[in-house]
Design a protein around this ligand. Sequence first.
Ligand SMILES: Cc1ncc(COP(=O)(O)O)c(C=O)c1O
Length: 419
Amino acid sequence: MADDCAPSPWSYETTAVQTAIPRGLGETVGIPIHQAAAFQFATLEEAQSEFALGTGLSYARLQNPTVRALEERLTALEGGAATVALASGQAATLTALLSVCRAGDHVVSTSSLFGGTAGLLNNVLPLMGISATLTANTPEAIAAALRPETRLVWAETIGNPAGDVPDLAALAEVAHGHGAVLAVDNTWGGVGLLCRPLAHGADLVTHSLTKWAGGHGSVMGGSVTVGRAHDLSRNPLYAEGGEASLLAQRGAEALAWRARWLGAHQLGMTLSPHSAFLVAQGLETLSLRLRQESATALALAEWLQAQPGVGRVTYPGLPGSPHHAPARRYLQGGFGAVLTFEVPDPAAFLERLRVIRVAPNLGDTRTLIVHPWTTTHGRLPEAARTAAGVTPHTLRLSVGLEAPADLQADLSAALGERS
Ligand SMILES: Cc1ncc(COP(=O)(O)O)c(C=O)c1O
């Protein structure tokens, strides 16, 4: 994990461009790429000490200076204690889940989820003896699904693609009252720009850095950021074993230590230094991009709502959205860059687009559209797709940086020929 940094004294924008760049003669202005697999020791004693402590540099599967710099930046932007950066968002989700749970344990998650996360919960965790219950995105439903062996509650800041915003503080209260932790996938929250779940009681946050953090559709990455205040004293994985327990040995750093040990050391889902560089660079302009994209998304959602032939439009920034009240409470600076809308014939509609591209990604500078029913959520059973807010007519739009007028004209032309 990157060092336990003090909370950044700077605003979001300054933190994003200034963190993790040392001052001094000959230092680079910007984060350099350390393209190396291993790091040297001057003496055997130094090597032995590093292998015993594991806090410095030895082998790049474990730590690399470029990846560390990115981790420091992510920690500062999320207001956390430590971060491990990994090869993808899926790697981060798996690492977060396995950092807290072991065979026999149980996870409760909202069902309004990215399809890949539902896949991990439903198909991969059972291979390890961990079970999961997916339920409605309310504190009451989450509380009702808890079992004595529930160790973790999972939610997304803004549900993919339904646009629902959970009551994070209430979810944290439910989880903590049970001795469990709250993990939030903050990918849509823009690395602490729109939302900092740790400030609302979450214990760890994950990201697909592939999305707004990288920001240009050019890199894969993921991260797990651990918060400063989390209590694992009722989790046997951490508390069992007296003097030999993880908590007795690692104290407040136990969760962060385990996340790096699992995701990077043991499973080898390491982020490459070149990818870390691209993500760190993407973070420097994230606030400009995501604010602009959110403003365009709101304008397009409002316009789409008024178009004949367009069915349900979901966007938490719409005053009529059932999720507008929690969105106003938990999101600042914008309501995110993603909206969904329904058209009668999605395939025909997509073929008529000339600016917007059909691609299964989010957070690109270019506006992207997908048909979740048959792509991102296509492997889920029908009932799970419906629970995630997807119908056969739903299209998901991730708004980029094109001029709003060009995007509106493209949508208008595709609608005009009656989809
Ligand atoms: C909310 C969310 N979480 C996690 C992921 C997985 O990230 P990756 O594709 O980087 O593995 C995605 C991917 O679309 C996502 O949308």
